[in-house]
Design a protein. Structure first.
Length: 204
């Protein structure tokens, strides 16, 4: 499968979802972005890894790295492999001597390890096609710097459900223009869901 190289663009705090963050991954060779909602602890771990800060007592991901190195295991790549029903899946590509192995992981944990092992992050092309958001014109942002999403009045879910795919795509473009990645991710998932339902109905 073709893989697309990604880099961490930004880590955004969500005011609309308590304790949630949005991790923005960007295609190194295009303006596509992959927003992934992650938990507070994972976001903190990624931020500390990016800043190179070492806490007085090792966090879980620091402990994993130390444990792996003790036994000669190195994480050489993180791959986001699937996007299924709004959930991302990832794998760690690990090397021990001449042996290679793949280990299942949540994307948030996998990326927290990637910044510690300084290894590449990638996604299969079909994941980017399904879940990526095309950015027409977006300013570059400082890697790893936290910022706050401006909370805006959002449409009730039942109202969004009644909109057509074309209408949802227009709202998606507005969210992208306003750099509201969390809203864009919600609209992206709804568009994918409606598109899948339409395909299934056509096949019947």
């Amino acid at each position: 499968m073709n893989k697309i190289q990604l880099e961490i663009k930004e880590l955004l705090y969500s005011q609309s979802s308590s304790g949630a963050y949005v991790l923005i991954l960007g295609d190194k060779h295009s303006m596509r972005r992959l927003p992934i909602v992650i938990g507070e602890h994972e976001a903190q771990s990624i931020a500390l890894g990016l800043e190179g800060n070492k806490p007085s007592r090792p966090l879980t991901h620091d402990l994993f790295k130390k444990f792996a190195e003790q036994y000669g295991v190195e994480v050489i790549e993180v791959v986001i492999t699937r996007f299924l029903e709004g959930v991302f899946y990832a794998m760690l590509l690990c090397k021990q001597g001449e042996d290679l192995s793949m280990v299942d992981a949540r994307p948030s944990d996998a990326i927290a390890l990637a910044v510690r092992f300084n290894c590449p992050i990638s996604a299969y092309e079909h994941v980017m096609n399904e879940a990526g958001i095309e950015m027409d014109d977006i300013k570059d942002m400082d890697t790893g710097k936290d910022s706050v999403i401006e909370e805006e009045p959002s449409e009730p879910t039942d109202t969004l459900d009644n909109l057509s795919v074309e209408q949802l795509q227009k709202l998606l473009q507005i969210a992208i223009d306003e750099e509201n990645y969390e809203k864009a991710a919600e609209l992206r998932d709804l568009i994918n869901s409606k598109s899948n339902e339409s395909t299934e109905s056509t096949e019947l």
